[in-house]
Design a protein around this ligand. Structure first.
Ligand code: NAI
Length: 250
């Protein structure tokens, strides 16, 4: 029970990595605010947690809207009295096209969700943690922040931007006991990657990557890494980019 009695806000918790992490936090004794634009999926995550005897509440949240992000964070403080952990995990891949084929307007949603969404989470999460005495923030980046991925130029660019936000926030707020870290998932078996697999229908758009370890990463691998970074087991860890990628970047 490494996060017993902690309060966590998790964005993108209606699916994939976010959902698994929300369940894992609840299993380990945390109260969880499930924040996602997908109300149906969010309700299902809360139901799974409740069925297992855990504590969670859903707040419909579009991370591109700073007011909604702030509301999700305020819900944690109002309902559970604290904010110990914030997992800024919501993300989208956007278009699958080689760079010169991207429509100009297609870059905006990727920047809005992946970069601005994390910025708003950091801003309002830090504001709350300054008032409640510190905490741990984890941002979902990607191995795509460290290497090119066919067809995903803006995705890779925004995920590299997430690491810039992580490092800066880590040094700015270390003295306030707020730790900020990134996780870099490798290819992980979620609805996002299954959609992506189906879209990659030409040779030039095939995934140019494979892990050193056998098989594909699972959401639980990310959930456990985020559990570590949100717990006191990582009390001296801040400003890092932790690949959870089966050795892909090694
Ligand atoms: P997923 O598609 O299963 O889940 C993403 C969740 O984010 C969904 O519940 C979706 O509703 C939510 N979301 C999307 N836009 C939103 C918005 N504007 N506001 C609030 N919520 C929003 O995807 P997965 O794989 O679980 O992805 C989670 C994170 O992991 C993302 O940031 C993704 O970029 C990152 N990642 C995933 C990898 C993979 O192979 N699955 C690899 C590297 C990074």
């Amino acid at each position: 029970m490494v996060v017993q009695d902690k309060v966590a806000v998790i964005t993108g918790a209606a699916s994939g990595i976010g959902r698994k992490t929300a369940c894992r936090y609840a299993e380990h004794g945390a109260s969880v605010v499930v924040a996602d634009v997908d109300a149906e999926g969010g309700a299902e995550t809360v139901e799974r947690i409740s069925d297992d005897g855990g504590e969670a509440t859903f707040v419909e949240t579009d991370v591109t809207d700073p007011t909604e992000v702030r509301t999700a964070i305020e819900t944690a403080v109002d309902e559970y009295g604290d904010l110990d952990v914030l997992f800024n995990n919501a993300g989208i891949e956007g278009s699958l096209n080689e760079l010169a084929e991207w429509d100009d307007e297609a870059i905006e949603p990727v920047i809005d969700v992946n970069l601005k969404g994390v910025f708003y989470g950091l801003k309002y999460g830090i504001e709350a943690m300054l008032a409640t005495g510190g905490g741990s923030i984890i941002n979902t980046s990607s191995v795509g922040a460290a290497t090119g991925i066919n067809g995903r130029s803006m995705y890779c660019a925004t995920k590299a931007g997430v690491n810039g936000l992580t490092r800066t926030a880590a040094v700015e707020y270390a003295e306030d006991d707020i730790r900020v870290n990134s996780v870099l998932p490798g290819t992980t078996d979620t609805p996002m990657i299954r959609r992506s697999d189906q879209e990659r229908d030409t040779d030039r758009l095939q995934l140019n990557t494979s892990d050193a370890m056998e098989g594909r990463g699972q959401p639980r691998h990310l959930a456990d890494a985020v559990l570590f970074l949100g717990s006191d087991l990582s009390a001296r860890v801040t400003g890092v980019e932790l690949p959870v990628d089966g050795g892909f970047l090694a």
